[in-house]
Design a protein around this ligand. Sequence first.
Ligand SMILES: NC(=O)c1ccc[n+]([C@@H]2O[C@H](COP(=O)([O-])OP(=O)(O)OC[C@H]3O[C@@H](n4cnc5c(N)ncnc54)[C@H](O)[C@@H]3O)[C@@H](O)[C@H]2O)c1
Ligand SMILES: O=CCc1c[nH]c2ccc(O)cc12
Length: 481
Amino acid sequence: FEFGTLAPKVFILEIYLLFIPILGRVIATFLCSGEKEVDLAVQSAKAAFKIWRKKSGMERSRILLEAARIIRERKDEIATVETINNGKSVFEARLDIDTSWQCLEYYAGLAASMGGEHVQLPGGSFGYTRREPLGVCVGIGAWNYPFQIASWKSAPALACGNAMVFKPSPFTPVSTLLLAEIYTEAGVPPGLFNVVQGGAATGQFLCQHRDVAKVSFTGSVPTGKKIMELASKGVKPVTLELGGKSPLIIFSDCDIENAVRGAMMANFLTQGEVCCNGTRVFVQREILDKFTEEVVKQTKKIKIGDPLEEDTRMGPLINRSHLQHVLGFIEQAKNEGAKVLCGGDLCVPEDPKLKDGYYMTPCVLGNCKDGMTCVKEEIFGPVMSILSFDTEAEVLERANDTNFGLAAGVFTRDIQRAHRVVAELQAGVCYINNYNVSPVELPFGGYKMSGFGRENGRVTIEYYSQLKTICVEMGDVESVF
Ligand SMILES: NC(=O)c1ccc[n+]([C@@H]2O[C@H](COP(=O)([O-])OP(=O)(O)OC[C@H]3O[C@@H](n4cnc5c(N)ncnc54)[C@H](O)[C@@H]3O)[C@@H](O)[C@H]2O)c1
Ligand SMILES: O=CCc1c[nH]c2ccc(O)cc12
């Protein structure tokens, strides 16, 4: 079976086949939600919202903290489900689950302190503002961080007093159900966090629903544009977390061991299927050979195989058609003059049960030039492109020469240069002397075509609430008539 050829058929039948990337086999089938099911989910979320919005911030906080505690307690089980569904190593999946419960804890901490301001007006009159929830919010997720995406969207939404209907990617439908189970066990009203299953059609029904107040989307740029268009018809606010082709700039004065580790973190987590990956690695010419040699050495050491094994660090890609898509980029890179320094091949792990899984060896491409397809387009797989540069001004211009603007990184020991460079980089998230760390206290989101709105951090409260102004007259009405 090839997922690509089955996809149109399963849409017509409204049945999805759930492939397990580790084995390349179907392990389940599931029905996708149609218009009726979407409406039922939204109506039940609406009913739950009426109860939830009346609760105080402290009450909501207590329930979110309980949910965070249960996630911590069930971490290994959730991580295992995530690994079976997505293919990422269980070692990494556990880190994803940590960031998930931390997100719930963080917004539980903010829930009680959400408030407005009081403003004095002439003659003893005054005004005040209230921060109010939006209503039923929709979350639509990608397949690379299924549980984490659902957590990063639902935690601030629920903390602000909203309900949420969430649609995971049809490639990874399972772990979000565990999150729903956990919220229920923690004490949210039934229906407050609902999950619907399906693909584009289900997503469209959600975005168009008249009782949906907001859509938060994580996925590709083309889908993001469609969602923005649909939401605009109902004048619904949207948060878009989209793709990227982020630059990582390595200056010759850096700590080279840290820079190599940073480049590995920037490219090979979750089989390279990470939106904010620093896949354009610009290395200053003086250290190009040394850096490249070390990166290639480290890349060759990555243990590929069964992601459920403790020491595996790279599992299979999400599905066969994506694997072929990624390998196609490598073929094209070779044709355009890039040099494969390591990897880039199909990989058949020794264990015979894994022979049909979607494995490949992580790839480092040298001799890359700005105009090459591998440097311009998001590959969303384990492929690092190395480019050389000479001056700061030159690298800044080249780094910013893209329609994407999700993330960027710089490695240097010169702290003034580091801040000067990040101030010029057109990216929503910039790293100095590290890459791909995502503390929940810091906002995450893109510039340019990588999207808008933010997840995490205090600011996200503003994306899941609206401000009401109340103007209070303490004297008589002075009419102009
Ligand atoms: N910026 C971020 O935070 C972030 C995070 C993860 C992934 N991504 C991006 O996501 C992409 C990979 O994920 P993907 O393949 O799941 O993306 P995708 O855009 O194909 O799908 C994302 C979600 O949207 C749904 N969908 C598809 N068409 C839709 C439509 N017309 N209306 C409503 N919903 C629709 C899908 O079923 C899925 O749940 C990459 O481009 C990656 O960079 C971005
Ligand atoms: O893949 C991109 C970055 C990312 C990692 N985890 C999450 C969770 C939610 C998001 O919207 C994006 C991401």
